[in-house]
Design a protein around this ligand. Structure first.
Ligand SMILES: [Zn+2]
Ligand SMILES: [Zn+2]
Length: 319
């Protein structure tokens, strides 16, 4: 007859013996990673949107205009449902993060959009391209030529566009370095190099105010996972580094230049409809969960790449 101790030990093993893996078990398949990310997201619409944005079957939204709006006392958003630019309003002028796709976008969307929310576009001092893809820098040179704004991008992405020579590329101007601070009037923005989406993607952290109260925001500079497995690994490492830095900096606001990726477009509309709580202020814990969802989805994407490589298949990736 087995001893009482043996019976208890066997009972403790029972869930594994019948095949039910405990929730904490390490994911083994691509689907395990995606399921875990979905579980982390739960019914949080911001995190659910992120899971979708990082899925291999991502569909971009149809391009529609977005009515400009001030989502914080000191942040205005202009753009379309595809891509947005954010203006950080300081006591000494405007730092514009991203510049959409073309000089036409600058002329027809950014400039009138800023005016519509009471921001004078002649006050744009800096145009920061979060990364070197044309939907983020296309209007930059026009704003530089028109208002004397300086254009900033990480060196790796200045190099990228020097090599690829895309249409509407701005002339090489100021280089962003990791950890660099830019102070304009009453605001200091910190640029963090978070390579992955491109080699020179930058995710700035900056102070925002909502009804006079100060918060700390991150704008994730490039979301769509890149084509190669090596670049996805770089992205994964950036996500992990960023999460630690964000915890230290007390980041409680999450922004994205593609508002379809993080429920941002809906959150703008919630604010426009008079939401009293700002839905972009998600708090430090949810911000960390956001990064964990990113990390988990990327691990799944990397494993998926490895399996495809092993089976000799490859999928072209865009953007
Ligand atoms: Zn991009
Ligand atoms: Zn983009």
């Amino acid at each position: 007859m087995p001893s009482r101790r043996t019976v208890l030990a066997a009972a403790a093993l029972l869930p594994l013996a019948v095949g039910a893996r405990p929730a904490s078990a390490a994911p083994k398949t691509v689907q395990d990673y995606y399921d875990r990310a979905a579980k982390l997201a739960g019914d949080d619409p911001v995190l659910k949107a992120l899971v979708k944005a990082l899925s291999p079957d991502l569909q971009m939204p149809a391009v529609q205009p977005v009515k400009p709006f001030k989502i914080f006392d000191n942040v205005a958003v202009v753009g379309t449902t595809f891509v947005q630019a954010m203006a950080l309003l300081t006591s000494k002028g405007v730092i514009l993060i991203d510049a959409m796709g073309s000089p036409d976008d600058a002329r027809k969307i950014i400039i009138p959009g800023l005016r519509a929310v009471g921001v004078n576009p002649t006050h744009i001092k800096y145009v920061v391209a979060a990364h070197g893809h044309d939907d983020h820098f296309g209007g930059a040179q026009y704003l530089a030529d028109t208002y004397g704004a300086r254009v900033m991008m990480h060196k790796a992405d200045w190099d990228l566009i020097a090599k690829e020579r895309p249409e509407h590329a701005p002339k090489r101007d100021l280089e962003i370095t990791d950890g660099q601070k830019l102070t304009l009037g009453d605001a200091t923005i910190v640029f963090h190099h978070r390579p992955g989406h491109t080699p020179g993607t930058v995710s700035p952290v900056f102070p925002v105010r909502w009804k006079g109260r100060r918060h700390t925001a991150i704008l994730w500079g490039g979301t769509n996972p890149p084509a190669t497995t090596a670049a996805k690994r770089t992205y994964l490492s950036s996500v992990r580094t960023a999460a630690v830095a964000m915890r230290k900096a007390g980041v409680d606001v999450e922004l994205n230049n593609h508002g379809g990726a993080d429920y941002g477009l809906t959150r703008i509309e919630q604010l426009r409809a008079g939401a009293t709580k700002n839905p972009f202020i998600i708090g430090p814990a949810r911000t960390q969960r956001f990064m964990k969802v990113m990390e988990t989805m990327l691990r799944g994407r990397i494993l998926q790449d490895q399996q495809k490589a092993a089976s000799g298949r490859s999928t072209p990736t865009c953007c």
